[in-house]
Design a protein around this ligand. Sequence first.
Ligand SMILES: Cc1cc2nc3c(=O)[nH]c(=O)nc-3n(C[C@H](O)[C@H](O)[C@H](O)COP(=O)(O)OP(=O)(O)OC[C@H]3O[C@@H](n4cnc5c(N)ncnc54)[C@H](O)[C@@H]3O)c2cc1C
Length: 416
Amino acid sequence: MGKEVVIIGGGIVGLSSAYYLHKSGHQVTVIDKADIRSGASFVNAGYITPSHIIPLASPGMIAKGLKWMFNSSSPFYMKPRWDTDFFKWSWNFHKSSTHKKVNLAIPVIKDINILSKTLYEELRTSEDLGSFQLAKKGLLMLYKTDKAGEKEMEVADKAKFLGLEVNSLNYKDLKELEPDVEIDAKGAIHYVCDAHTTPTEIMPKLLDYLKSVGVKIMTNQEVIKIKRSNHRIVSVSTKSNTYEADEVVMAAGSWSGNLAKLLDIPISLQAGKGYAINVAKPTGIRLPAVLMEAKAAVTPMKEYTRFAGTMEFSGINNIIRKERVAAIGRAARDYYPEIRIDSHDLSNAKSGLRPVSPDGLPYIGRTKKYDNFTFATGHAMMGWSLGPATGKLVSEILNKENLSMDIAPFSPDRRF
Ligand SMILES: Cc1cc2nc3c(=O)[nH]c(=O)nc-3n(C[C@H](O)[C@H](O)[C@H](O)COP(=O)(O)OP(=O)(O)OC[C@H]3O[C@@H](n4cnc5c(N)ncnc54)[C@H](O)[C@@H]3O)c2cc1C
């Protein structure tokens, strides 16, 4: 007999958890404060990212953050503000930005990414969701300067050492892969190991599948109270309903830190806002790319090319800063000189909040404090990629099964 499991949050992490928990026989309810049609899990660049082995918190990032702090159109922006959680998070970020910690994180990030890529492939072959785009063309890191190329080559060497397939391309090689669009770049590192998808295709399909098999999806209901007794969670309440649960999963993305406060669990988490612009007219772009100096992302999705990017730490809000959207538009033109993103597409830009932990690792697992409560959040720039692996791990934790990988580095109780 399965357990009653309540999942807070219906982004890719919550829905993936629901998928694997339902498959293993539990009665699952997903509660979301919105309508599950927008937010980070819809606006992301759709990359499946074994290549992203270096966490955001790495040597040199604090210096860059300080340099860019007062420039609100820079790719990495911290809005100066008085917020003690943000101060603590920044200090934890600083403590995590060492070579030693980054080197420990690299193989773990690779392992969970590879696990998730395999699960995306299984998901497609299972046909539970019908067919969906899972393009295995890899990811280009386009660079204009030797400095950026050399820096990425160091990452590529680490990736190759871990067994990932990576190639270095000069301009001629690049043009062979991208014959239909003019490119202004010196060359690229091609992470052949990566793949890409269309989030706005997968999210509704996953939601429809879950509904069809009896998972309860409660939308427009904000969890405002979590009742506990001794070391257990008893129920979760919204304004209008109370849901009793044998198990509760926290998959509330950037909001998870504030919700965890209701349970006196201090997890360090900040929202990292990013933007996406969809261009429906043909661009000729065949491969996804990161525009290295501009730190923008480009993905040829199913019905449009998506230009995305920027990391803005300005708290939890959906305010669209036009100067940041415009910077993505300029980056597109700088690397693909024929491409002009028109004002209509720019004005339809959407934002999403990445749940960013200080050390670049997600929080997946139980806390010492409660016996029936599991965290599944904090995936930052890799939450789309890591959704299925996280869902699978959550189901293994609840089922007390052997875990697909060691999750000790993801402990929500870890200190920085
Ligand atoms: C521009 C951009 C590009 C990105 N590109 C990539 C990429 O290429 N590859 C990649 O792997 N990742 C990428 N990411 C990151 C990725 O999108 C996120 O890490 C991921 O979507 C987080 O998923 P989630 O389910 O944890 O959170 P979310 O998608 O934010 O879902 C959390 C849900 O919880 C709900 N919720 C919050 N509070 C409550 C409450 N109190 N009660 C009920 N419900 C609540 C919210 O409404 C929300 O629906 C990108 C992000 C952005 C913004």
